[in-house]
Design a protein around this ligand. Structure first.
Ligand code: MCA
Ligand code: AMP
Length: 506
């Protein structure tokens, strides 16, 4: 009898298998059985800490097999996994703890002393897990048994809470249910033909949907293996590619590979599949990749709130500059942003999606949920697109003020609020401009207060204290005024056009 649908579909089938699951750069191999024993020990310890089903477990830890086992442990113990980018500052972390009411924060040992007062203030327990697997969590788990009585859950219960930044500058916790994750993993295993003999080259972070659910859940469900690298390192990717069958990455993975002469048709020839997502893959990159390797990258489109929505076909034409077709079970429509009415085929509008993949809403933010998730189940993605005559979905822009840098989402509002507070600043605008490596990067424009000469170095230093590194403006510029439309709204498109070559010309 199914007691915990997600645990049963991802893990249970392979629990006894000695087949490889994680292949580490050190050469160490962790089998499916050993991984689940590790997860069971963590689950035992989490229960001993007094956590009960539905409690949130925040994990701000480095990528490691143990960090992945913590995810599996949360599923098995009925806890809600809340992964966080280690780049977040303590200030940013405080917001996530407070908003989620996390019962436990797992952090790196090096951060524990500094974070203890924050955790105490939030009434959150603290445990440590270091990149090498040591720490108080592993110490506690080491005396727990290799098996754990899986906690019963239902498909509609929460499995994970993933924060996504908001246009107002405050992050929102997307509530993902067991069914959301299971249905998407099932669809992708089938659509991308994942099998037990697949070996995925995994160099993505595991605190986002892409590296955690798309890559990991799909491999787990198929019973395959992952070459598990701590981060993107092109040398390691090239060295290890001969042992892999599939690579998943953001477009920066592919542009960096193409920049390397060692990445040849011979090296890539045996690979079964290259998948790209999280940010637009330039049609030019798609073509260059095909010329170099003979492979067509399979581009797909997803969101934290929806998991994967569309994918180019496995067998049919993988069309450059498109994100393919809606996945089975997903309904996608293009609507008029003002009226919400569906537009005729071929017209550009906002993309809305509905299906078993679509989340349950934002954690304790009913107004924001109501604004983006319609009563009939359609989620308003904030992306602008069109469907061509052959049914391929094209993403042509965004109806939301969002920058995607190397696959990380950055909401300008959060940075503008900080810049506006700095001495000598009247107002600011933060825009994304093209960047050869990251796709887009952050440019901050500052309008000085009358008679003031803002100190750009001091402003940059202030941003560095409060914001995660990937959100830091790569450059700040002084401008006299910001262009506004008749409604008084800053015309960021004009700024982007004027400044689009800031990082692309030498
Ligand atoms: C690192 N840095 C960044 C980024 N990453 N700055 C801006 N944008 C970034 N994405 C900082 C580093 O801290 C470093 O700071 C400096 O920039 C240069 O770092 P570099 O060595 O080039 O970075 P890297 O370690 O090579 O990382 C680049 C990366 C990485 C490989 C593109 O960011 C990455 O793995 N991105 C994937 C993100 C992802 O998985 N997104 C999925 C979310 P300093 O100068 O101080 O040293 S979206 C999602 O899940 C949806 C559902 C979907 O559709 O998939
Ligand atoms: P996130 O909120 O981090 O889940 O990011 C989701 C956003 O990433 C989407 O709303 C899109 O704007 C963008 N995105 C994801 N995949 C693609 C893609 N293949 N092409 C263009 N944009 C994408």
């Amino acid at each position: 009898m199914t007691v915990n649908p997600l645990y049963d579909s991802l893990f249970d089938l392979h629990a006894g298998k000695e087949t490889p699951f994680l292949i580490l750069d050190s050469g160490k191999v962790i089998s499916h059985r050993a991984f689940l024993a590790m997860a069971a020990r963590f689950a035992g310890h989490l229960t001993k800490l007094g956590l009960s089903p539905g409690d949130r477990v925040a994990a701000q830890v480095h990528k490691s097999p143990d960090a992945l086992a913590l995810y599996a442990a949360c599923v098995q113990a009925g806890l809600v996994f809340l992964p966080l980018n280690p780049a977040y500052t303590h200030g940013e972390l405080g917001y996530f703890l407070e908003n989620s009411g996390a019962a436990l924060l797992v952090c790196d040992g090096a951060e524990a002393a500094a974070l203890r007062p924050l955790a105490e203030r939030m009434n959150t327990q603290l445990a440590t897990l270091n990149a090498d697997g040591s720490g108080s969590l592993s110490d506690g788990a080491s005396v727990c048994p290799d098996t754990f009585a899986t906690v019963a859950r239902q498909g509609g219960d929460l499995a994970a809470l993933l924060y996504t930044s908001g246009t107002t500058g405050r992050s929102k916790g997307a509530m993902l249910t067991q069914d959301n994750l299971i249905s998407n993993a099932r669809t992708l295993v089938d659509h991308w033909r994942f099998e037990a003999n697949d070996v995925l080259l995994h160099a993505l972070p595991i605190f986002h949907t892409h590296g955690l659910f798309v890559a990991t859940n799909v491999t787990l469900m198929a019973g395959g293996a992952m070459i598990f690298l701590p981060r993107l390192d092109i040398d390691r990717l090239i060295d290890l590619m001969p042992r892999a069958t599939v690579l998943m990455g953001v477009p920066t993975f592919y542009t960096r590979l193409l920049d390397d002469p060692r990445f040849t048709r011979d090296l890539a020839g045996h690979m079964r599949l290259f998948i790209s997502g999280s940010a637009p893959l330039l049609a030019d990159t798609h073509r260059q990749f095909e010329t170099r390797t003979g492979h067509r990258i399979l581009e797909r489109y997803g969101m934290t709130e929806t998991n994967m929505n569309t994918s180019n076909p496995y067998d049919g034409e993988r069309r450059a500059g498109t994100v393919g077709f809606p996945l089975p079970g997903v309904t996608l429509k293009v609507t008029d942003p003002d009226s919400g009415e569906q537009l005729p085929q071929g017209e550009i509008g906002q993309i809305e999606v509905r299906g078993p993949n679509v989340f349950k809403g934002y954690w304790e933010m009913p107004d924001k949920t109501a604004a983006e998730l319609r009563a009939d189940g359609f989620f308003i993605t904030g992306d602008l697109g069109r469907i061509d005559a052959d049914g391929y979905v094209h993403i042509v822009g965004r109806n939301k003020d969002l920058i995607i840098s190397g696959g990380y989402n950055i909401y300008p509002k959060e940075i503008e609020m900080l810049l506006d507070e700095q001495p000598g600043v009247l107002e600011s605008a933060v825009i994304g401009v093209p960047h050869p490596d990251l796709g887009e990067t952050v440019l901050g424009l500052i309008v000085p207060a009358p008679g003031a000469s803002p100190d750009l170095d001091a402003i940059m230093a202030a941003a560095q204290v409060d914001l995660a590194r990937f959100k830091h403006p790569r450059k700040l510029l002084i401008v006299d005024a910001l262009p506004r439309n008749t409604m008084g709204k800053v015309q960021k498109n004009l700024l982007r056009d004027q400044l689009s070559e800031t990082f692309t010309t030498p």
